[in-house]
Design a protein around this ligand. Structure first.
Ligand SMILES: Cc1cc2nc3c(=O)[nH]c(=O)nc-3n(C[C@H](O)[C@H](O)[C@H](O)COP(=O)(O)OP(=O)(O)OC[C@H]3O[C@@H](n4cnc5c(N)ncnc54)[C@H](O)[C@@H]3O)c2cc1C
Length: 398
């Protein structure tokens, strides 16, 4: 094993949260490194399609955004984190634009915003339906332009407190850093495997980093609160586990049972919409896929073609490639395991309950309480990535 590498800040994970944290720590003057399990491109963030929330419309505000988060969480979210999330959101969008992300705009130059489930206003910004891809590419480009160190194929497998901070063993590398930022994502891929269910997640979403730091004494919350995406693809087989963007419903698609009846508010909070689908199938009013899986219909034929072409081009391409045109045929859908609502307890600087150890993105808990709204996870990655990067740099350099 090589001699330890000395850094101010070590970031674990290269999704949107880790990259935002690394760029921010570097900009704050810290000697920064990123250690990630596989290649720097491998993560859940780049699979995110729907978009990112921020109160940018004239009839909206961070306070209304916060009220929607708290309501969707059923009053279980940490109010300090919600205030940070929604208050920083407009500047997070401006920062992403500075890094080169081009959000869709209307002809008059204003942002094209959609209303997502549980929201009282239209506040979902999009880059077509590949928002996560656009964001992670811009963040990766910004990180690559620095002189920071990237350790690929370097999964964190040991973390030990030392006098000057933390010693991390990542694959073959030993790194000593004044502060460590954990951005290793959630565990829904591993959880779905265990349950024998489908998941939208990347195979690296396995959760061992959370277990490791709980073992060191870090506090966690709501780890049992896993979220189903209401609209997993159920048919054809090539689309099973695909998350049909929630923006389909924002642009007019509705859920229908076997009798063609609307059985729920298609723009309700995620947990309620998923539960309504489970209940409808349980009551015998669902349909079956040709391979015998439970499903209901998502009537995407109600989406105006112009909206679909601007805001859902990837979804259209995927389904048309699989032989189904969503604008002329209803889709078969059923909830799939998607997101870990809970995680490590953090404060508004994203510090965990262990000093000098930070956590941001899906690995952290509290911001969404027990039920996240769509579009707030990418936002959480940027807001708490930036906060953790700045705070960890400050702690390590002080
Ligand atoms: C299909 C899909 C669609 C989505 N759509 C949206 C959306 O439209 N809007 C929205 O807000 N959210 C969406 N989400 C949720 C959101 O994308 C994720 O919650 C968020 O991007 C997580 O970012 P992250 O940086 O915390 O984790 P990830 O992006 O999962 O990155 C985690 C990183 O940690 C690495 N890692 C894991 N274990 C280790 C280890 N032991 N050592 C080192 N590195 C490790 C991984 O390889 C990866 O690089 C979607 C999620 C999916 C799966």
């Amino acid at each position: 094993m090589a001699a330890p590498v000395n850094l101010d800040v070590l970031v674990i994970g290269s999704g949107a949260a880790g990259l935002a944290a690394a760029v921010s720590a570097h900009r704050a003057g810290a000697r920064t490194g990123v250690a990630t399990k596989a290649s720097i491109q491998a993560n859940n963030s780049s699979k995110a399609q729907g978009g990112i929330q921020a109160a940018v419309a004239p009839d909206d505000s961070p306070e209304l955004h916060a009220a929607d988060v708290v309501k969707s969480s059923h009053d279980t979210a940490d109010l300090r984190l919600v205030e940070a999330l929604t208050g920083d959101a407009p500047s997070a969008i401006a920062w992403l634009e500075e890094l080169g992300v081009e959000f869709n705009r209307e002809a008059d130059g204003s942002y094209r915003v959609a209303r997502c489930g549980g929201a009282s206003r239209q506040r979902l910004l999009q880059v077509g339906d590949r928002t996560g891809h656009a964001m992670t590419k811009a963040l990766r480009d910004a990180w690559s332009a620095t002189d920071g160190t990237t350790f690929e194929d370097a999964p964190l497998h040991e973390l030990v407190p030392i006098a000057s901070g933390w010693r991390a063993t990542c694959g073959e590398h030993v790194v000593e850093a004044g502060a460590v930022i954990l951005a290793a994502g959630g565990r829904c891929y591993a959880e779905a495997l265990e349950r024998g269910e489908l998941s939208t997640n990347h195979p690296n979403a396995t959760g061992e980093v959370t277990k490791m730091v709980i073992g060191l004494g870090a506090e966690a919350r709501d780890l049992d609160a896993l979220q189903y995406h209401p609209n997993g693809g159920a048919w054809p087989t090539t689309m099973q586990g695909y998350s049909i963007p929630e923006t389909t419903r924002a642009y007019g698609a509705v859920l229908l049972n076997a009798n063609g009846e609307e059985f729920t508010d298609s723009l309700g909070p995620r947990d309620q919409v998923s539960q309504a689908i489970f209940d409808e199938v349980e009551a015998g009013r669902g349909v079956q896929t040709p391979d015998g899986r439970p499903a209901v219909y998502l009537d995407t034929t109600r989406i105006p073609e112009s909206d679909a072409e601007r805001s859902l081009p990837y979804m259209l391409r995927r389904y048309r490639g699989a032989g189904i045109d969503p604008l002329t045929e209803k889709l078969l859908t059923y909830p799939v395991l998607h997101y870990q609502n809970g995680g490590l307890v953090i404060d508004p600087d994203a510090e965990t309950t262990l000093e000098g150890l930070y956590a941001c993105g899906e690995i952290a808990g509290g911001t969404h309480g027990r039920n996240r709204m769509m579009g707030n996870s990418l936002l959480e990655c940027v807001v708490f990535g930036r906060r953790s990067g700045r705070a960890a740099a400050g702690k390590a350099i002080a």
